[in-house]
Design a protein around this ligand. Structure first.
Ligand SMILES: Nc1ncnc2c1ncn2[C@@H]1O[C@H](COP(=O)(O)OP(=O)(O)OP(=O)(O)O)[C@@H](O)[C@H]1O
Ligand SMILES: [Mg+2]
Length: 251
């Protein structure tokens, strides 16, 4: 079953009156229940634009989005979605538990449930020993981890993560990867964006490669490597992008 469906999605940004920047151009793909789907692409390829459109933070120029059978603005549906933004901004005088409580209130989760979840999530992201520390004293990696915990506060069915390992050291990356696999085993569907190819290679069931707002290709990693006669993900990534640039048009 597809829990996310995107059809012919286009987003143009207008700068001034005339200048148009392509954020996303005619992109279609779907994400199946229980899988980890990775959006890959160089800087400025449209990854964040795509995720923000899915969350209803941006309005599409054209195209359709369906999440759990509803459109992207449906409030009830949003109770089942968690989101980790690319550059989160937090109230930095709050402690970790206070921040999670604040997010819990936004979802109107009862106090007892939220307190139980906070305990569990702080353990999960290894911040249970710094409960009294204000976020302004957190390291980059700690901020990324509290963000991940915040995205899980509503126990979502679908988790959308924009570059979940930016700012993490190699150990942090491995821990996050293991955490994502654990969440998948709990039945969650995960859509993430990344340009860390090795991370994507290890954790994603299927990938999509974006470039200049276009979706160049999507599928299982092995299937794509075979299709493009590539020597691993890095080679696949470079090949598809170079091929697109050579043709100067959508494949
Ligand atoms: N608010 C905006 N106004 C104008 N152009 C924008 C805006 N947001 C994004 N863009 C442009 O849309 C394109 C896609 O940007 P987007 O942020 O989606 O890329 P990305 O793949 O997430 O990049 P990164 O890997 O650097 O995070 C870029 O050319 C960017 O400059
Ligand atoms: Mg981005």
């Amino acid at each position: 079953m597809n829990v996310i469906e995107i059809k012919e999605l286009t987003k143009y940004y207008y700068i001034g009156r005339k200048k148009v920047v392509i954020g996303l151009e005619n992109v279609s793909f779907s994400v199946e229940e229980g899988e980890i789907y990775g959006i890959l692409g160089p800087n400025g390829s449209g990854k964040t634009t795509c995720l923000k459109l899915l969350l209803g933070i941006l309005y599409p120029t054209s195209g359709e989005i369906s999440i759990l059978g509803k459109n992207q603005f449906d409030i009830e549906m949003k109770k089942n979605v968690g989101f980790l933004p690319e550059n989160p901004y937090y109230y930095d005088y709050l402690t970790g538990p206070e921040l999670l409580k604040f997010y819990g209130k936004l979802f109107e989760i009862p106090d007892k449930t939220v307190n139980e979840r906070i305990e569990k999530l702080l353990y999960l992201v290894k911040l249970h020993e710094v409960k009294k520390l204000a976020l302004r004293h957190y390291s980059k990696g700690m901020l990324e981890r509290i963000g991940l915990a915040a995205s899980l506060i509503n126990d979502p069915k679908i988790l959308i993560l924009d570059e979940p390992t930016t700012g993490l050291d190699p150990i942090g990356c491995i821990e996050t990867r293991d955490l994502l696999i654990q969440l998948k085993m709990e039945g969650k569907t995960i859509l993430l964006s990344s340009h860390f190819l090795s991370e994507v290679e290890r954790v994603c069931d299927r990938i999509a490669i974006f470039h200049r707002g276009y979706l160049l290709t999507t599928g299982g990693l092995d299937e794509l490597i075979k299709k493009y006669n590539a020597d691993g993900l890095e080679d696949l990534f470079v090949k598809t992008i170079q091929e697109f640039d050579r043709k100067g048009e959508k494949k």
